[in-house]
Design a protein around this ligand. Structure first.
Ligand SMILES: CC(C)(COP(=O)(O)OP(=O)(O)OC[C@H]1O[C@@H](n2cnc3c(N)ncnc32)[C@H](O)[C@@H]1OP(=O)(O)O)[C@@H](O)C(=O)NCCC(=O)NCCS
Length: 161
């Protein structure tokens, strides 16, 4: 059974020991980088970072970082409240067992319920050649938005409402 627990003083060191396969490292930042990013975002206060450890039957197998980005009423280009799924990884030893899909389904439930369900959508960016991740996201209903980020990665979007 897959469960998600927020990263805390009790589990962050174990999270730092997880990694993807060598040829996947170009697709995802290290968990150390992600936890530093979550720390900085929390300090700044504008966005709400939600870093989660992913457990399979009580054993840590992966990590995800979702970032709640409330609309900015002062900025017409930023008028939508969304979640940005900044990171999703399953350690190389535990991939291909359905854990990524189950973790995503649970994460989507958390994002739907967060702050009374105020997020309109989940967005994420994914390298065009990351076939495993693309298959996972599209099978869950994410659609290619047609936009590319500064690294040439494609933006995907899933409506939450
Ligand atoms: C992407 C990732 C999180 C998937 O996790 P996982 O636990 O291995 O995936 P699952 O076993 O739950 O598989 C879910 C779906 O993903 C797709 N998938 C997973 N591995 C795949 C592979 N090797 N080739 C093609 N599709 C694959 C399939 O659609 C699969 O569904 P199916 O089994 O019904 O066909 C994992 O491969 C990973 O951590 N990759 C490295 C980090 C990364 O690229 N993160 C995403 C950044 S955008």
């Amino acid at each position: 059974m897959i469960t998600l627990r927020e990263i805390s003083a009790d589990n962050f060191e174990e999270c730092l020991c997880l990694s993807v396969a060598e040829d996947q490292k170009k697709h995802v930042a290290s968990n150390a980088y992600s936890l530093a990013e979550a720390y900085v975002l929390r300090q700044e206060g504008r966005y709400v970072p939600l870093p989660y450890a992913i457990y399979a039957d009580g054993k840590m197998v992966g990590f995800a970082l979702a970032i709640f980005q409330p609309a900015d009423e002062q900025d017409p280009e930023d008028d939508e409240t969304v979640f940005y799924l900044a990171r999703m990884m399953i350690d190389h030893r535990y991939q291909g067992r359905g854990y990524g899909r189950q973790a995503m389904l649970q994460l989507l439930e958390i994002m739907k319920a967060f702050q009374d369900g105020s997020a309109e959508a989940v967005v994420l960016s994914c390298s065009q050649d990351n076939i495993a991740a693309r298959n996972l996201y599209t099978s869950l209903g994410f659609a290619d938005s047609g936009y590319l980020d500064e690294d040439g990665d494609a933006y995907y979007r899933l409506e939450l409402k």
